[in-house]
Design a protein around this ligand. Structure first.
Ligand SMILES: Cc1cc2nc3c(=O)[nH]c(=O)nc-3n(C[C@H](O)[C@H](O)[C@H](O)COP(=O)(O)OP(=O)(O)OC[C@H]3O[C@@H](n4cnc5c(N)ncnc54)[C@H](O)[C@@H]3O)c2cc1C
Length: 403
């Protein structure tokens, strides 16, 4: 969004291609973001307003780029657009979906709840248009939709489209996905009900999340009162992600604050290998250490087990500073899983080079194609947006050099 706005606001035409049904990436799924602890919706709203007002930006959601050919100054790109089944010509609201029984897993909330098959991805979704999950929709609900929604609002026969566009430069800002916590056998995700991941914690804390913003245990809905954070869950580990994801320490410190703000009795323990809060973020870390209900223990968690009755969790870990072998109980555990580039799985359809983990190798500098944000390396929002501004400038220079 940043790169698109930067280029469009100095007069260039931009096509923004987003594979989800809404803009905003992973950031719009956060409760608050560090260091200022403001909700992402603030900046997001400003950006969507700028996009709405700028006729030079065309947004395609549910869209991916399937082929890119040509060279700097004259690329051709094929964009595949999946059907939304909602035309956007009439506004819909929840009263029209109330009577539907077909549901789908809510991927926006990382699978922790369900939505109706006809749904708005989230409260602040841009574009503010419902989406229909055609596969989840029963025949009976298809009939109800035709009775309840305004004629022409839903088109059950909408087809996938492919369009071809000519562009002078391409910016790749395909971002990241969380490392799959189910691969960390010893840490119990999927086996122990009250072990969740850091991205799930963002949705638990958010008002639009599955619990309306209450940080509660998935097993019994009780307020989490004694929470452990396991840092480097899979990160800096040759068997999983050998690199540091750069944001997880700050992510957990931030989430420790969520827990403390929502329950003043709650205790938090952060198990870490090293705390990495670079630059001015160090201040945030020291402020958290002043809270006597927050403690940090240097040690890599070896094993998590669940009490079959209470669903409480036992962590086995060696405190490397005291050499004590700890065996401690918690009522909820958050795994700080790292950042995997989306390009580790789905490559950009052009001959780009990637590092061994699938991040786009920024040093190769193919003229006319520029990467930004977590597509290049794990980083925070501030770095991603600066990067995007830089990528937009590179793209503009590429076009200007050809005038
Ligand atoms: C637990 C956790 C908490 C965090 N909290 C903070 C925080 O508080 N503050 C902070 O500064 N940073 C935080 N971060 C980091 C932050 O999430 C990233 O800096 C940010 O998401 C990077 O933005 P991005 O645009 O590069 O990628 P993304 O946010 O991943 O956006 C990429 C976009 O590209 C789309 N896309 C992907 N592939 C395709 C494709 N093939 N075609 C079309 N579209 C595609 C995606 O759907 C998405 O919309 C946190 C990270 C974690 C793990």
């Amino acid at each position: 969004m940043t790169a698109a706005l930067e280029a469009a606001e100095v007069g260039y035409r931009v096509i923004l291609v987003e594979k989800e049904a809404y803009l905003g990436g992973r950031v719009v799924r956060m409760y608050q973001y560090f260091p200022k602890m403001c909700p992402p919706t603030c900046g997001f709203e400003v950006n969507t307003r700028r996009i709405r007002r700028n006729p030079r930006i065309t947004v395609h959601t549910l869209a991916t780029v399937d082929a890119i050919s040509g060279s700097a100054g004259s690329f051709k790109a094929k964009i595949k657009i999946k059907p939304r089944y909602v035309t956007g010509e009439h506004s819909l609201d929840d009263s029209m979906t109330e009577g539907l029984t077909s549901e789908r897993t809510n991927d926006f909330n990382y699978g922790m709840d369900k939505t109706k098959a006809l749904y708005l991805p989230h409260d602040m979704a841009y574009p503010p248009v419902y989406v229909l999950d055609r596969e989840a929709l029963s025949d009976a609900d298809a009939k109800k939709i035709s009775e309840v929604c305004p004629p022409g609002a839903v088109d059950l026969d909408m087809k996938e489209e492919e369009i071809e566009v000519e562009v002078g430069a391409v910016i790749v800002a395909t971002g990241w996905r969380p490392y799959d916590a189910a691969k960390l056998d010893n840490l119990g995700f999927g086996r122990c009900q009250n072990v969740i991941t850091n991205v799930m914690m963002e949705r638990l804390a958010a008002r639009g999340g599955p619990t309306g913003g209450e940080i509660v245990r998935p097993s019994d809905g009780k307020k989490a009162a004694n929470v452990a954070f396991v840092q480097c869950a899979g990160s800096r580990d040759e068997k999983h992600l050998p690199y540091c994801s750069a944001v997880c320490c700050m992510g957990s410190l931030k989430q420790a604050r969520y827990v403390r703000e929502k329950n003043e009795e709650a205790k938090v323990t952060i198990f870490y290998i090293d705390i990495r809060t670079v630059g001015r973020l160090e201040k945030f870390y020291y402020e958290m250490l002043e809270d006597t209900n927050v403690s940090c223990v240097k040690g890599k968690v070896g094993k998590i087990t669940e009490d079959p009755e209470t669903k409480d969790l036992i962590l086995d870990v060696e405190d490397t500073l005291s050499a004590d072998k700890l065996h401690r109980g918690f009522d909820m555990v958050v795994l700080a899983t790292g950042i995997v580039p989306n390009t580790a799985d789905v490559k950009i359809p052009f001959d780009l080079s990637y590092d061994e983990y699938g991040f786009i190798d920024g040093s190769t500098n193919i003229e006319g194609i520029y990467a930004a944000g977590c597509a290049k390396r794990p980083c925070d929002v501030s770095r991603s947006t600066k990067d995007s501004t830089a990528a937009a400038l590179k793209a503009i220079q590429c076009l200007n050099n050809r005038k």
